[in-house]
Design a binder for this molecule. Structure first.
Ligand code: FA5
Length: 340
């Protein structure tokens, strides 16, 4: 009997070893240890043995049962571990693996510049006002003291929609809109797109952006205009950029001036980009609001004075980012845009 049991144990262990999954193992458990299993049958048969053989037979069968049970347990454990390893391997995240990174975009340089400008003026206590890109001849020219024969009014310079309605060629029409609201004092900026029949070159575009600034109050002087400009330029560019004021003529300001900035490339020392002058392109036009303009909007020009200026936003962006051509702002070349 002992020999038979040894053979049975060896066979069971061999079969357990060969089993590949928990299902096969369960079948083997039933085959050997189940209710009708081979070991269970042997246990049942002990009763039929002669009395003196019973204890020894019982002991051997029990030992065989324990051995098979242990083998089943070990194999079950091994299969479970293997399954777990396979699962971990399957779900492992390879942090070094390449994947398509989604690079986040950013505002176009013009919009960044507009936001910077508005934030600076807001911090200086200015209201930010929005207005339409299509406006009336009255707001764009008439009430801005621009005579009917002024060249800017000609159809070759300005995009008319009807006889009296046009794409605004400057943001100065916002001066009229805000003054007509009748609230004083006024301290506002208003930025947006403007349109002119200008030839495209390094510093001109037919569609560009301006920021209009208007202050109307008692005792406003040219000194206030200058202080506002100097503060704004310092906030925008730091100490590197200086301003140059040149006398000019605008129908809606008196006196009028134009303002240039030091060349952003050489910082005023003189270089090929600025023709060795140290000064870059014109940045803005401005001056003291003409009394005729105040009166056209119902404001007493004996009591109130004001200053106004119109900044070329694209050119501010050019100085800020050191660009030598305005077209870079509109080409949408990713190689350029990704640099900022
Ligand atoms: C005006 O448009 C006046 N309305 C400015 C003003 C406002 C004067 C308030 C007095 C009081 P000007 O045409 O010079 O002025 O344009 C103002 C600025 O816009 C220029 O200094 C320049 O920076 C910018 N600019 C003018 N034309 C173009 C263009 N075609 N492309 C890009 N920027 C331009």
């Amino acid at each position: 009997m002992e020999e038979n049991l040894k053979e049975l144990i060896a066979k069971a262990i061999h079969e357990i070893d060969l089993s590949l999954n928990l299902k096969e193992l369960e079948k083997l458990r039933v085959k050997y240890l189940g209710k009708k299993g081979l070991i269970t049958d042997l246990k049942k048969n002990i009763a039929k043995l002669p009395k003196e053989e019973k204890p020894q037979a019982g002991k051997l069968i029990n030992q065989a049962s324990v051995k098979i049970e242990e083998a089943l347990e070990d194999k079950t454990k091994a299969i479970r571990e293997k399954l777990l390893e396979e699962k971990i391997e399957e779900e492992k995240i390879d942090v070094t693996a390449h994947f398509d990174r989604k690079t986040s975009g950013h505002l176009a340089l013009i919009n960044q510049t507009l936001e910077d400008l508005e934030a600076i003026f807001q911090n200086m206590g200015f209201d930010v006002v929005e207005g339409p890109e299509i406006d009336t001849v009255k707001n764009v020219f008439d009430d801005l003291n621009s005579p009917a024969d002024h060249p800017a009014r000609s159809t070759s310079d300005t995009f008319y929609i009807t006889h009296n309605v046009l794409l605004r060629p400057h943001t100065s029409s916002m001066q009229i809109r805000v003054m007509n609201e009748g609230k004083l004092p006024i301290k506002m900026v208003s930025a947006g797109r403007v349109f002119r029949n200008d030839e495209v070159d390094a510093t001109h575009s037919p569609m560009f952006h301006q920021l209009e600034c208007l202050v109307v109050d008692e005792n406003v002087s040219m000194a206030n205009l200058k202080a506002t400009l100097e503060t704004f330029i310092k906030e925008m560019f730091g100490d590197d950029i200086k301003l140059r004021y040149r006398p000019h003529h605008f129908p809606f300001t008196e006196p009028s001036l134009e303002v240039d900035a030091t060349c952003p490339i050489c910082k005023g020392k003189g270089c090929p980009a600025c023709g060795n002058t140290g000064w870059s392109m014109e940045l803005l036009g401005g001056g003291m609001v003409h009394p005729n303009v105040l009166e056209a909007c119902g404001i007493d020009s004996e009591k109130y004075t004001g200053f106004a200026f119109g900044l070329g936003v694209d050119r501010i962006a050019m100085v800020k980012y050191g660009l030598d051509d305005i077209r870079l702002l509109y080409d949408n070349d990713k190689r350029f845009l990704e640099q900022f």
